[in-house]
Write a protein that binds this ligand. Structure first.
Ligand SMILES: Nc1ncnc2c1ncn2[C@@H]1O[C@H](COP(=O)(O)OP(=O)(O)O)[C@@H](O)[C@H]1O
Ligand SMILES: O=P(O)(O)O[C@H]1O[C@H](CO)[C@@H](O[C@H]2O[C@H](CO)[C@@H](O)[C@H](O)[C@H]2O)[C@H](O)[C@H]1O
Length: 463
């Protein structure tokens, strides 16, 4: 028997969303918010906010839990407390999931235990009632994710997916802000927003002593819609051309960018923006080379591209997706491509992720993704020749750009070095991502870097 924190400390390193793999956590409980409306005697449902001080900077995690006198059949038990109660992993517990959806749809406040939280039901989803417990089922979405998503199915009405953010940051989460703005502007290219939960907690690092941000985001669940990564992989595997699909994905991307530029602030980049970007690219290159030494041989070439990229004209800065790749897009037969997960790159600090940026970042991300389809198949399937796969990727990349340029009117080929700079920046990020998560795939982004540098598109004198 033990304290909540001791039990969570033992359990957290085995969780897929725990970022400190291989390192012992040093946890501190900031507080919790208790979900309202739980009527079962002796049972409470809440969400702990726990700071891990072991990494630098420290990471704030959200951990839904249920305390019960005895576990249910199938409960995921975290451990037994001093009190004799059991601490249960909340996202798998029907009391927690029912209280969560009721709090969002009923716009209820949590019981604050050091952390305040409030549910909001989106006007776009109006008319959906709080279901009776017997009219809703919930299960956790399987698969690798940075957060934990719960699928709700109702006796009537479209299913809902609620994403419980595992790492919390002060400020609006772009995932909620951008998708809600797009959905409210009538874009069919994101799922309908259902609602969210915002919270407020202590933060000694802030002048006010408190921080606030999104804790949960709920949206329509597009059941059965395959993601574009799967669709593209199947096409490449069966040697089916992806040109039309890639062109329409490019066109959809441009439409989403246009809507974001219409409904959220944009601004002209100035000299300071360019200086800051050059400094950011340089810092990121240093950090990536330090972690993946194989990038070292490309450093000078990458620096030349970065230097050239800040000398060409830049278009306006605007809100973008931020971590755009084929796995972030679903194909829904009745509405085409639907974009998900606008949280930005998980390895970048939130202060960078919620800033306006060039659309080039998203376009570059997707171009890299076509390269990944070819690269991953070349690694895993002996029956596909590398030149053939390269040709598949290069046709898809060209079609994606064609589709984007046709709809946006923004000729990203005119100053190709700028797009190359973003593609290189993405590829070095991917090298670090693969180094940490899938070392067998490190050669995919490294090959991408080598190819980009061999195109010789830089027309500035070499130093
Ligand atoms: N609205 C949705 N409809 C259908 N599937 C979804 C929806 N949102 C997420 N998914 C599925 O869940 C996966 C993880 O979602 P994502 O937003 O990328 O979460 P994470 O931030 O945990 O990576 C997606 O790749 C997709 O397969
Ligand atoms: O989806 P996430 O926000 O968690 O993004 C991270 O993981 C992605 C891998 O799942 C990673 O994407 C890279 O691999 C993809 C294939 O699995 C490929 O399509 C992408 O182009 C490539 O970047 C992403 O970079 C990372 O942030």
């Amino acid at each position: 028997m033990n304290s909540t924190l001791a039990l969570v400390s033992e359990w957290i390193s085995g969780q897929r969303w725990f970022a400190g793999k291989g390192r012992h956590p040093s946890l501190r409980l900031l507080g919790e918010w208790e979900l309202p409306g739980v009527t079962e005697p002796g049972v409470s449902a809440s969400s702990l906010l726990v700071m891990d001080d072991a990494p630098e900077p420290a990471v704030l995690y959200q951990i839904p839990v249920v305390r019960r006198p005895s576990p249910l059949f199938g409960s995921r038990v975290i451990g037994q407390l001093h009190s004799g109660e059991f601490l249960i992993d909340g996202v798998h517990d029907p009391v927690w999931t029912y209280a969560l959806i009721s709090m969002i749809l009923g716009e209820r406040d949590a019981i604050p235990l050091g952390v305040a939280a409030t549910g909001r039901h989106s006007p776009a989803d109006e008319g959906r009632p709080i279901p009776r417990p017997e009219d809703v089922t919930a299960h956790v979405l399987a698969g690798e994710q940075s957060n934990t998503s719960i699928i709700f199915e109702f006796a009537t009405g479209v299913p809902v997916i609620a994403k419980v953010y595992r790492q919390l940051h002060h400020g609006d989460n772009p995932d909620v802000v951008l998708q809600s703005a797009l959905a409210e502007a009538g874009s069919p290219h994101v799922p309908l927003s259902v609602g969210d939960i915002r919270g407020e907690w202590d933060d000694v690092g802030r002048a006010s002593g408190r921080a606030d941000g999104h804790l949960v985001f709920a949206q329509e669940f597009l059941d059965g819609a395959p993601d574009a990564w799967r669709v593209a992989l199947v096409a490449a595997e069966s040697e089916v051309d992806f040109v039309d699909s890639a062109r329409s994905l490019g066109a959809t991307t441009a439409l989403v960018h246009q809507t974001l530029a219409r409904v959220l602030p944009t601004r002209r980049p100035d000299a300071v923006d360019l200086e800051e970007r050059a400094a950011l690219w340089a810092r990121r290159l240093d950090a990536c080379v330090a972690e993946v030494p194989a990038l070292g041989e490309y450093r000078a070439g990458i620096e030349r591209v970065h230097a050239a990229a800040v000398r060409v004209p830049w278009s306006d800065l605007q809100r973008i997706h931020g971590d755009y790749h084929l796995g972030q897009v679903l194909f829904a037969p009745d509405r085409g491509w639907v974009l998900l997960d606008f949280e930005g790159e998980p390895l970048r600090p939130m202060t960078e992720r919620d800033q306006p940026d060039l659309v080039h970042r998203d376009v570059a991300g997707m171009l890299r993704s076509f390269d990944y389809v070819a690269g991953s198949l070349a690694l895993t399937s002996a029956s596909h020749s590398a030149p053939h796969l390269r040709q598949w990727a290069s046709r898809a990349r060209k079609a994606f750009l064609d589709g984007y340029i046709r709809v946006s009117g923004n000729d990203l080929r005119a100053n190709r070095v700028l797009l190359d700079a973003f593609e290189l920046d993405k590829a070095i990020y991917e090298a670090v991502y693969e180094h940490r998560n899938r070392p067998d795939w490190e050669s995919i982004p490294l090959g991408g870097v080598a190819r980009l540098l061999s195109h010789g598109r830089i027309s500035v004198p070499r130093t």
